[in-house]
Design a protein around this ligand. Structure first.
Ligand code: ZN
Length: 479
């Protein structure tokens, strides 16, 4: 009898979980039928979501309510769904350039609008819970794809003073709902690693602290249990890529404040996934994680998850670079040195069709063992060699557009002197996009391997150039 009781106790969580996991697999396999096709890149703005919200107004399942307006008079909406006793409040993109979860919320609306083999689960969630969504809290920031709002205020440091209309709306909405669960939806640096691991922290969770001592209470405990459940579900799809965000208490932040007010609050940070620059796969993972959480809340299965699940999630850490070249031979003053070179890529606003260009920087040089590259290359036997500066200064855009950049690289040229006006034309020709030779202003430019410099050099094997490293990418030379 005692044994049977023990068996039941250990099996219960497994039985509870298996439902969320099979639901998650169903969502993973049928995701395309729910994905909102009009949102397909990170740079989405208020104009992109307005027609989608307008569509929800005409759907009897949804109640759409205007909450107020941003500084630049863009409307914020609350979208309500379901009739259940347990209230769940979700808000996204209070940082204007953190749009991954916003895209996933519109996929979730499509999921609840659908009529298919998942009806039973769909109806259960809507019977047991009421869902409240506030997508894109910071539409003015989203308009120019920047973190802060248009007053240059970080909304997530305005939860106490409430100077900005956006923060004020978020707080008023929260207070009026008195929700049981809160989902605080953000994006984080794509270079966070899972502990010291080489894996990117694709999703990081946190049950924010409600005081400096980081104490636990029942409500915060519920948030940790739910995170433990979501972690188990996401392990099915991104094993080793889930981490935990730092839980330092910040009284000006919303998550911490809401936790303090007694709502079980969960922070979800969307990080990086290799070759998913536009975060479309991570969006899918968000969609699955949130829906599995709704089901678990509806069924209360998260209550069976032990606290140790949350505790065992590794912390976010900083052991990743975008590109790590290991064991490059560098010659200086007649001697050779084996060194590692770390390079990071960052986006800079530009008038290119994508709205940004990627600029790379040398971040570190030396012994970088213990660090990892999202792209990594063992350069043993390869020697770093400088490129030449093109002997003539380019004076017009037309002249630049006519240049065959591949040919220059083959001729040993990595630096192209241009007039100032031409510099702003940077990156327009296809040849230049493929072979991003550095444009410089000085005709006597000299490259130095140093931190903060933009990488542009050859890697030679004996006397033959094998690779060229240009703006964060390694190009293999054919010859
Ligand atoms: Zn954020």
């Amino acid at each position: 009898m005692k044994f049977l009781y023990f068996l039941l106790l250990t099996l219960l969580p497994v039985i509870g979980m298996s439902q969320e996991i099979s639901f998650a697999h169903n969502l993973y396999n049928t995701y395309e039928s729910y994905r909102e096709p009009s949102l397909n890149c990170r740079r989405i703005n208020h104009g992109n979501i307005l027609p989608l919200i307008e569509k929800l107004r005409h759907n009897s399942k949804f109640v759409v309510h205007k909450l107020g307006e941003s500084v630049e008079k863009r409307e914020l909406f609350l979208i309500k769904l379901g009739i259940g006793k347990t209230k769940i409040f979700l808000w996204s993109q209070m940082h204007g350039d953190e749009s991954t979860a916003t895209m996933a919320l519109f996929d979730i609306f499509n999921f609840f609008s659908a009529n298919d083999f998942l009806n039973e689960i769909r109806e259960k969630i809507l019977r047991e819970t009421t869902l409240y969504f506030l997508p894109m809290v910071n539409p003015d920031g989203a308009e120019v794809f920047q973190r802060r709002n248009i007053l240059e205020i970080d909304l997530n440091r305005d939860a106490s003073r409430l100077v900005t209309p956006e923060a004020d709306i978020l707080m008023n909405t929260f207070d009026s709902l008195n929700a049981d669960f809160g989902f605080n939806l953000h994006d984080q640096n794509t270079r966070y690693s899972v502990g010291r691991n080489y894996k990117q922290a694709t999703i990081s969770f946190l049950a924010p602290a409600f005081n400096d001592k980081k104490e636990m209470n029942e409500k915060r405990g519920h948030a940790t249990k739910l995170i433990g459940m979501m972690d188990k579900v996401l392990k099915e799809f991104i094993p080793g890529h889930v981490a935990k965000y730092s839980d330092d208490y910040e009284p000006r932040a919303f998550g911490d404040t809401f936790q303090k007010k007694g709502t079980s609050t969960i922070l979800i940070e969307s990080g990086g996934w290799k070759d998913d620059t536009e975060k479309q796969f991570i969006r899918k993972i968000n969609f699955i994680g949130m829906l599995a959480a709704f089901l678990s809340i509806a069924d209360k299965t998260y209550m069976e998850i032990p606290a140790s699940n949350y505790e065992s999630i590794p912390m976010n850490d900083e052991y990743l670079f975008d590109l790590l070249l290991k064991n490059v031979t560098v010659e200086e003053k007649g001697r050779s040195f084996p060194i590692d070179i770390a390079i990071n890529n960052d986006e800079q606003k530009s008038d290119s069709e994508k709205g940004f260009t990627t600029l790379s920087t040398i971040e570190d040089i030396g012994d970088l063992s213990g660090f990892h590259g999202i792209e990594e290359m063992d350069c043993s036997g390869l020697t770093l060699k400088d490129g030449k500066v093109y002997p003539k200064k380019i004076e017009t855009n037309n002249e630049l557009a006519a240049i065959d950049f591949q040919k220059l690289i083959e001729d040993g040229v990595l630096f192209l002197p241009v007039e100032k006006e031409v510099l702003s034309y940077n990156g327009k020709s296809d040849s230049q996009k493929k072979f991003p030779i550095r444009l410089v202003e000085a005709t006597d430019f000299h490259f130095q391997l140093k931190i903060g410099e933009r990488p542009a050099f050859y890697l030679f094997k004996n006397d033959t150039p094998k690779f060229v490293v240009l703006n964060g990418t390694v190009i293999r030379l054919k010859r």
